[in-house]
Design a protein around this ligand. Structure first.
Ligand SMILES: Nc1ncnc2c1ncn2[C@@H]1O[C@H](COP(=O)(O)OP(=O)(O)OP(=O)(O)O)[C@@H](O)[C@H]1O
Length: 211
């Protein structure tokens, strides 16, 4: 399982510090919520941790079962679902599952048919993703993450576009497939992260002055 150490982490866009002096240990196998108001920097922090965005200062250390992983390799160990990350919409559901699981191992004992049933998308196996509704796409994004055998799961606004049934389904999926993984959730909605044991509240890492 992955442990992540944020050491004096800071991120600045032009003259604005989004967060600064962020020291935090995310222990292996823990569930953590990244919270804060709109624009406080939740997605920015998640992108820094995932390696999508560079940070301005400080360090991020990743340890897998006690062995340090170079930041340049972290993409191999994580999955991410976020509203700003698009699915390849020209592919059908079946093609997308085949494509995704060329790069990530599926969790044990779940074939593509089983995944489609879990996401209640089995009737849409040959439909192109661009023909999916926003809720169907969201279930697919979450399924791709949770059915991957990786130690780090990053979820940004996991229930966006989901109806009540979908939101309950998300919690069930986390319960079933989120065990023994380090999970980070960016959210403003406590229903999405009630189960998280730890909270990183970004308002605590704001810098008062500007450059
Ligand atoms: N590429 C960028 N260039 C400049 N500023 C950016 C960039 N990306 C984000 N920001 C700024 O960083 C701040 C934090 O944005 P971010 O999307 O991380 O917030 P958030 O807490 O996830 O917000 P929300 O709850 O609305 O999703 C905002 O002021 C935003 O304008």
């Amino acid at each position: 399982m992955i442990e992540i150490k944020l050491k004096g982490l800071g991120k600045r866009f032009q003259y604005d510090w989004i967060f600064k002096n962020l020291n935090y240990n995310i222990s292996s196998g823990s569930t953590s919520a990244i919270t804060g108001s709109n624009g406080s920097g939740k997605s920015t922090l998640l992108k820094c941790i995932s390696g999508i965005n560079p940070f301005t200062e400080g360090q991020i250390e990743y340890n897998l079962n006690g062995k340090e992983i170079p930041a340049s390799d972290i993409f191999k160990y994580l999955v991410i679902s976020a509203p700003y990350l698009e699915l390849p919409e020209e592919l059908s559901l079946t093609e997308l599952l085949k494509f995704h699981f060329k790069f990530k191992d599926p969790i044990h004992d779940l074939d593509f048919g089983g995944m489609m049933r879990k996401m209640y998308l089995e009737e849409h196996r040959n439909k192109s993703i661009y023909q999916f509704s926003s809720g169907m796409k969201q279930r697919l994004k979450l399924g791709l993450c949770l059915f991957s055998d990786v130690p780090l799961v990053l979820l940004d606004e996991p229930t966006s576009n989901l109806d009540e049934k979908g939101s309950n389904w998300y919690l069930e999926m986390i319960g079933e497939f989120g065990k023994n993984k380090t999970i980070l959730i960016c959210s403003n909605d406590s229903k999405e992260y009630n189960f998280c044991k730890h909270h990183i509240h970004l308002e605590d890492y704001k810098l008062i002055q500007k450059l």
